[in-house]
Design a protein around this ligand. Structure first.
Ligand SMILES: [Zn+2]
Length: 664
């Protein structure tokens, strides 16, 4: 959930500079947890000075006092807190659930609500232009929605609505008393008026049969035959504006605004996105995305964020649509992004299948609304950069219109004041959100780490996975502000510099010309090599810009566990599984095959191999096996064998020789 790149925190910035390792936290704040203690307290105990939530790492002093582990203020312990809610014992506050769980959730009392918890509102925007319809995506999406309507997070107040757009925008009226939904086409997109807004976002429970009707009809209304003309432009911009207006319209006069959760499937050319922002004055599509267009999407996102609305995107384009610009709408509204390049039901069934599976997860996973996250750390430490999709409301407060269990965040840290007299430091991430059932809750994660005084202490306690995750996010920033070449160089330095520094800490005379790597960093060279060959940062291989941009966006918004599968998938041989060394889970034997190096030498013609990329699993069947198939998708596996040499990149052996040269 919460991990630091350095499991022993250097006591000074000087020591941190000396070891040359990145220092930061990677956080997966809303992760699906198998067990989560939830408590309902009348008052939630927090430090009177810095507002830290009481946690297992505070110290209880004499005379009913406790000392905050962030700012060291001494607080009084309330009488109420001395009673244990479960065991009913008295006078042992350190045994309470708040003081024994590093992750805990509070049901928040009234003072944590700015307004009554809002109902979940889902607004789906679907592209029905000719080129979008032709992919067959609409049927998949409507089928998924039909299958999962009952699993959409929410309560009896949940509202739902649909818009479609091509060159015009189409509304669907599902008011009570109608026997079937009515489609309304608005063709004047420059002066959009919303017909009867109250009938466009309807109560899901009351109007369920109309919603189901509509989902059955949509793929029949919008067929590639019926709309055979070539798309000249798309009214995506207008549709987004309307979605924003619908929020205001359905919420009355500004307050009591529902949480809207739009989905967009833009597909087509760049000009789709800038007709609305540049009303009237549109000539040729700009060569490079103008800052004006990007600013438009950012402003849209900030408007939405202010109204607790997140914008999620699903992209299905086969042409360049400038994901970098469109994604601004999600980044600043804490939305989510998905990408299925060249999806086509017939020509690319793998992507179609993936969309269907992802929608299943997307539509039924937990969701938190009206969320904010604050990260606190012990006095002396400072947060200076955030990574992920959010809007920074103040220095340590992130505004997240929505939070989902697949979203990851990270922060870079520095050491402002020496931690000389401390043996440990703490970090706390508090996520305040509204559940889909309309309950206000606070999920609190606290992490406590020892302080290191020597380089050896730091080097022996590095979390290599956290380091690589954080480095990948920093490299994306570097690619955007400088260039990909700069980012690649920075990643090389992030590997070479700490190893040089490590060698200097070894006793003189003990070292030879070889490469010395502390055990905790033994996988760093491999992971850096993987990053250099990753779609986001590779050079010398033709990479479509949208593919590269999406790879970067994914690295920025993924939690560490997902990012690592993306950076270094796990390869197993699965045709000779045996029980030796297996795990027993719920009475079942789960074999544990070895993870193989990502090289063609690991493969054989007679074997069956599994490549685990986290969100995707690939099975490669050897040509000499009875089940052999000559799938044209073999390259999907082969392209992930990063330890092999390619025309433009080194093999692992060459890479290590190169590293050795840099180190000596
Ligand atoms: Zn405090």
């Amino acid at each position: 959930v919460f991990r630091s790149t350095l499991k022993s925190v250097p006591h000074t910035q000087n020591l941190l500079n000396k070891v040359k390792l990145p220092f930061g936290l990677v956080i997966h704040p809303f992760k699906d947890l198998s067990s989560l203690p939830v408590i309902s307290a009348g008052t939630i105990v927090r430090c009177k000075r810095c507002r830290t939530y009481i946690n297992p790492f505070v110290s209880f002093l004499q005379e009913r006092k406790w000392r905050c582990n962030m700012c060291f203020t001494v607080n009084d312990t309330a009488e109420e807190f001395l009673h244990h809610p479960v065991t009913k014992t008295y006078g042992e506050p350190h045994t309470r659930p708040e003081c024994t769980n590093s992750t805990i959730e509070f049901i928040a009392p009234q003072e944590y609500m700015l307004r009554p918890p809002q109902p979940a509102v889902y607004l789906f925007l679907m592209d029905v232009s000719h080129s979008a319809i032709e992919t067959g995506y609409l049927q998949i999406v409507c089928d998924s929605l039909l299958d999962h309507l009952d699993h959409l997070p929410g309560d009896s107040r949940t509202r739902i609505g649909f818009l479609t757009y091509n060159g015009t925008v189409h509304f669907y009226r599902m008011s009570e008393g109608l026997s079937q939904p009515q489609m309304i086409i608005v063709s004047d997109i420059d002066d959009m008026f919303i017909p009867t807004p109250e009938n466009l976002l309807v109560n899901l429970r009351e109007s369920k049969s109309l919603v189901q009707d509509l989902l059955h009809q949509l793929p029949r209304i919008h067929t590639s035959d019926a709309e055979g003309e070539i798309d000249t432009y798309s009214a995506l911009g207008a549709a987004l504006e309307v979605a924003k207006k619908l929020i205001g319209a359905s919420g009355g006069s500004g307050d009591g605004v529902p949480t809207i959760h739009p989905l967009h499937w833009p597909r087509g050319w760049l000009k789709v996105s800038w007709r609305t922002p540049m009303q009237g004055g549109w000539g040729k599509p700009p060569q490079a995305p103008s800052t004006q267009v990007r600013d438009y999407y950012k402003k849209l996102a900030l408007d939405c964020s202010a109204q607790q609305v997140a914008i999620d995107f699903f992209f299905f384009n086969s042409h360049y649509i400038d994901i970098a610009t469109l994604s601004c709408a999600s980044r600043f509204s804490a939305g989510d992004l998905h990408y299925y390049p060249s999806l086509h039901v017939v020509h690319n069934p793998l992507e179609a299948e993936r969309l269907s599976r992802d929608l299943e997860r997307y539509l039924s996973r937990k969701i938190g609304f009206e969320s904010v996250m604050r990260i606190r750390c012990t006095k002396g430490l400072a947060i200076h950069t955030f990574h992920g999709n959010f809007f920074v409301r103040s220095t340590d407060l992130l505004s997240l219109a929505n939070i989902n269990p697949d979203a990851g965040y990270a922060v870079n840290l520095s050491i402002e004041d020496p931690l000389t007299d401390m043996s440990a430091v703490c970090f706390q991430a508090a996520l305040l959100y509204t559940t889909s059932k309309g309950e206000r809750r606070i999920r609190v994660h606290t992490l406590c780490l020892p302080v290191a005084k020597t380089p050896a202490d730091v080097f022996n306690n590095v979390d290599c996975v956290a380091v690589v995750t954080l480095l990948s996010k920093m490299a994306v920033d570097r690619s955007v502000t400088a260039s990909i070449s700069d980012a690649r160089e920075a990643m090389m330095n992030a590997m070479v510099d700490p190893l040089k520094a490590y060698k200097e800490t070894l006793p003189q005379g003990m070292t030879t010309a070889g490469v010395y790597v502390p055990k905790s960093l033994s996988l760093l060279p491999l992971f850096i090599q993987c990053l250099l060959k990753h779609r986001a940062f590779r050079l010398g291989v033709s990479t479509r810009l949208d593919d590269r941009v999406f790879a970067m966006i994914s690295l920025k918004m993924q939690p560490a566990t997902y990012a690592m599968y993306d950076i270094h998938p796990d390869l197993y041989r699965v045709d000779d599984l045996h029980e030796e060394g297996g795990l027993t889970v719920s009475g079942r034997e789960i074999p544990q095959p070895n993870i193989l190096p990502l090289t063609a030498e690991s493969l054989s013609q007679s074997g069956v191999f599994l490549l685990d990329c986290g969100w995707r699993l690939y099975i490669l069947v050897g040509r000499l096996t009875p089940q052999s198939d000559d799938s044209r998708d073999r390259h999907l596996v082969l392209s992930r064998l990063v330890q092999d040499r390619t025309e433009s990149s080194m093999s692992t052996t060459e890479f290590l020789i190169n590293l050795q040269q840099k180190l000596t």
